[in-house]
Design a protein around this ligand. Structure first.
Ligand SMILES: [Zn+2]
Length: 134
């Protein structure tokens, strides 16, 4: 599965085609813990998990959404102000992956804003365009 959907430092557990005609990749981090963003001390003491759902690059014409299972860890450094922190799989509050942002920016700069938006408009997964170009 990871060969089809390469996501750095993560494991794709399964792919689900949702009713809204998009592929949802259920993803978890492979690392055993994470460094605290404040003190850099490594921790693998779990606290909790939560789910983030950023958009990713389409695959085979299908819009893709990640279902990232993000872990929170406890920081055991007594001098650190943080008690818990989450692993950094994406930028905080990011709603799309960096590679999708890069691709959208590249198309926008090349084709222009309106043409780029038309080019990037996703096709539904199960519908195939019926009009030909000629
Ligand atoms: Zn810390």
């Amino acid at each position: 599965m990871n060969e089809l959907f390469p996501i750095p430092d993560c494991r794709v557990e399964r792919v689900v085609c949702s009713e809204s005609t998009r592929a949802v990749l259920v993803v978890r981090a492979e690392r055993r813990g994470a460094p605290c963003p404040s003190c850099s001390e490594h921790s693998d003491a779990p606290h909790s998990t939560y789910v983030r759902r950023p958009a990713d690059l389409p695959t085979a014409g299908c819009p893709v959404q990640l279902e990232l299972h993000v872990r929170r860890f406890r920081c055991h450094n007594a001098r650190c102000a943080r008690r818990t922190f989450s692993e950094r799989l994406l930028a905080p509050s990011a709603r799309r992956t960096r590679r999708l942002a890069r691709a959208q920016c590249s198309v926008g700069l090349t084709a222009g804003a309106e043409a780029g938006a038309r080019l990037l408009r996703p096709w539904p997964c199960r519908r195939v365009p019926t009009r030909s170009c000629d």
